[in-house]
Design a protein around this ligand. Structure first.
Ligand code: SF4
Length: 114
């Protein structure tokens, strides 16, 4: 089973109903739906906090402290498809920062649920 880290947009998680921290990302990972090719084990769920500067270090710390090297890092669908978009960075920019920092492939998105 693949091991994955999921990154959620904290600004949305703190204010949105049905936010990714509740079930969507987790269900998609559990059942191998949406952007997950197969049922996957979520080994970390990292919350981005505006303006996003702590995201890469916090993700690296989660990997270090958990002593688990994930197969992939998923940016939540609420980050990738946000409208209005994150004012600080595009999903592509965040993905590049995370990939450069961790060496782990970053997948844009998690689920297709509404
Ligand atoms: S920096 Fe962007 S992605 Fe991160 S919490 Fe703020 S709005 Fe969300």
């Amino acid at each position: 089973m693949e091991k994955v880290v999921i990154i959620g947009c904290g600004a949305y998680m703190d204010s949105g109903y049905g936010c990714p921290g509740e079930w969507r990302c987790l269900k998609a990972a559990s059942f191998g739906e949406g952007k997950f090719d197969s049922p996957s084990s979520v080994v970390s769920f990292v919350k981005c906090e505006c303006p996003g500067r702590s995201l890469a270090p916090n993700t690296g710390m989660a990997m270090k402290l958990s002593e688990i090297k994930p197969d992939a890092i998923h940016l939540s669908s609420c980050m990738v498809n946000a409208k209005p978009a994150c004012p600080y960075a595009t999903a592509e920019e965040m993905a590049k920062i995370l990939q450069d920092k961790t060496g782990i492939p970053v997948v844009p998105g998690t689920h297709d649920y509404h």
